[in-house]
Design a protein around this ligand. Sequence first.
Ligand SMILES: [Zn+2]
Length: 321
Amino acid sequence: MRSAQLNLRKNDMENNCLACRAPLGQVMDGVFDTRFGIETPYVIAKCKKCNLEQTVPLPNQQGLNALYEKYYNFSGEKNTRYTQLRAKFINSFLYRVWLAIDGDISFHLASGTGSLLDVGCNEGRGLEFYKNHGFSAEGLELNSRAAEVAHSKGFVVHGSTLEGFVTDKQYNVVVLSNVLEHSLNPADMLRAIHGLLTPNGQVWISCPNSQSWLRSVFGRYWINWHVPFHIVHFSPATLKTLLNNSQFDVVEMRQETPALWVSHSIIARLFAKPSQATMQLRSALLVATLIILIRSLLFPFLWLGNLSKRGDCLVVVAGKK
Ligand SMILES: [Zn+2]
């Protein structure tokens, strides 16, 4: 914690708001990675002018790439009992019922026509839904092993960053499902998307809500800090400002609280220790039991949280101005 405070003092001078360059003020110190056991503690800081919250110290792109390579790499897990069960569930009617109850944060129930680009499409699970629901779907994926799996399902997958993606094609929809908060420059990301969209095109965004009531309950253990991978922590207001400044109008903004996310916050609160990977987060039995308990016992709280705009996840549709 001491080192995080020192970091902030140092970075207070070096790092300003990602969006407006104004100075930052500390909100919370001693925030640590609850998943992989990364040793550095971080600070959550807030812009004194525009209120955008961000992780400090900011990793640079090179450092971030190395962390993704080490901790985040898609394993290429295929045909294990777990992946077979997951595929069965996702392709079942039960999954649709579950999304209707728990909230559809990845636009898996959305239908429409035209071309769609899924940024960070991973092994193409989303692409299958978008295709089955009427879209001509393509993906962007930097991880070559994940891209290969998506490609083997018949999808066009571009191995490029969004900012470096060059095409003559225009898309009707670009999907950023839990992607924007990972960006060191979300304004650049939205600018790139603006250039890829048709005149009436839309960007569909989901990301954690920094105003979530679960942040207040779990404090440093809130699973959605996810430092240092989550760089920016959006509230409904700061996300709307960023979208407006990037020439988008918000068409719809709603809130969801996935039971999976709540279960992860509970597990982090019970088991996470600095510099240690939290293995319990990977226990399918524990996570599934918690999800069922949360959905059946806490549903009024989850529902009220969403209604009072303090749900765990922001789900936004924005149209090009
Ligand atoms: Zn700012």
